[in-house]
Design a protein around this ligand. Sequence first.
Ligand code: AHR
Length: 657
Amino acid sequence: MNKHLAFLSALALSAGMNLNAQNANNMVIQANKIGAEIQPTMYGHFFEDINYGADGGLYAELVKNRSFDFPQNFMGWDIFGKVTLQNDGPFERNPHYVRLSDPGHAHKRTGIENEGFFGIGIKANEKYRFTVWARGENQKIKVELINNASMGETQVITSQDVAINSKEWKKYEVILTPGETQEKAHLRIFLASPGSVDLEHVSLFPVDTWKGRENGLRKDLVQALADTKPGVFRFPGGCIVEGTDLATRYNWKNSVGPVENRPINENRWHYTFPHRFYPDYFQTYGMGFYELFLLAEDMGAEPLPVLNCGLSCQYQNDDPKAHVPVDQLDSYIQDALDLIEFANGDTNTKWGKLRADMGHPAPFNLKFIGIGNEQWGPEYPERLKLFVEAIRKAYPDMKIIGSSGPQSEGEDFDYLWPEMKKLKVDLVDEHFYRPESWFLKSGNRYDNYDRKGPKVFAGEYACHGDGKKWNHFHASLLEAAFLTGVERNADVVHMATYAPLLAHVEGWQWRPDLIWFDNLRSVRSCSWYVQSLYGHNKGTNVVPLTMNKQAVSGQEGQNGLFASAVWDEPTQTYIVKIANTSDKAQAINLEFKGLKKSEKLGEGKLITLHSDNLDAENTLDNPNTIVPKESAVNIEGNTLNTEIGAMTFAVYKFKKL
Ligand code: AHR
């Protein structure tokens, strides 16, 4: 650039900056006031088997109704030739199995074919572990992966024979390696010998599961969970904990021990929404409490199990008889105490021993337990009280989480919060699936919460666009904006988990969801990127950030801006998050006050999440439509004069040198 041009551009720049400075939103960060600690649990995940999140999703089993114990015993199966259902199998809580008998002619066939969950997703040259419990003498079965929609010469993708030679039940295994990728393959098993064979617990898993575990989890999905750096992992869900009736509530004791003997439970999401009806949706408990504790441990997240409080889903039951009478809660309370023993107990205790037998002698170090999900009315605190007393007596250090009901505010909420205070629970679970307008006005939600009461667990939330219930960018921007208020109030809010977590594109009941998948692929929504940006830039302490001496929470006169600042002690970094929810770019002056003369700021970084199209979303076919962009930022002295684009979430990071 010649001297003349350089002068002109410097002039233009300084003129621009003056204009900037005049109209700028002046934000002041009190860099020397290292405030409330941000809990390591602050951002995490809420897991529930909804939208085929477990069976057909995270749980990597590819066979549906593997033990023939769905109420319609052959659901998911086609049977041909001489197949009979038996019910005196080796696993007492899943007693059914099939007998395959000689069809009577060399050219005829007896066999069974499984359709998987919306088909069976297989990848070329990957290994798949087929296992089956079987009995029969001098028998043979042929196990095939077939192309269900084949127009070619043969349907068979890969096939293996398995010799069955045991009078007693025995587990057999063979590895299948398909030479082609198929999203919707089927598993077919023929009897390949004259005679008969009994088959039970027919299973197919990818060998390459998360950490290579048998009975394992789908790797890409766990990776997507772990990649947000979650600090807490709540399970096994919300409504599923309650059950449509008490008989179908999530019973953790049925979800542990040998996988073959975990009884099937119905999944209430198969019929909750008549317009999204999935009659083949059941819970095998194959990914039960042991696997969920292990997953939390793998991700470095605190496990947070939630248990039924003796109330079945109140939305579906207003008859008091649907609930456990207050004087008959003992077994429910015992379930909670036993769960703590299962997680933390010595290996010579009953439940601690089971954990050890399952492969984890070391305790899971459980610190939190939730009792009840979306409950309301006096029937909840009167039951919770008995749990609190028993847990406090046996485990005084356990942190107990109560509920404020299904609504973000209103009558039930206003009734339950004081009740939770009376019971002195440690945290209160709040849920808010709310529209844009709510998120826009709720940046200051926690500013005036009681600092001495129970802490908040924002246990289920998501922006549900008005008339736009999908994972579009605008929803995620407003979640990012709202979270600045959560972060600013980290002395009150100790945990926040977006919900729901997972959804199969062909089998969802509820949306938006954080991560979508089909049988082979998964996609991280733009809300996932918001969670990830918060998870990775959590910091250790809140630092005051104000504009005209006010917190920046999107209130009137604040130009649609939301902001928070944190200090990260291990990396000696200030992290400032700003969401500009307005449709105009905003000039910002970010001034760090209170630094000592010897202290400088440097190594500046800016990460932005933005889309010109508010309705845009990440999809399986276009997973990277909206992803964060990173660039270097120079700060002159202690003030950054900058501009944040319209509808943009920005994270600024400066190291203290
Ligand atoms: O996240 C979906 C459902 O929403 C949960 O199961 C329930 O707690 C809430 O109503």
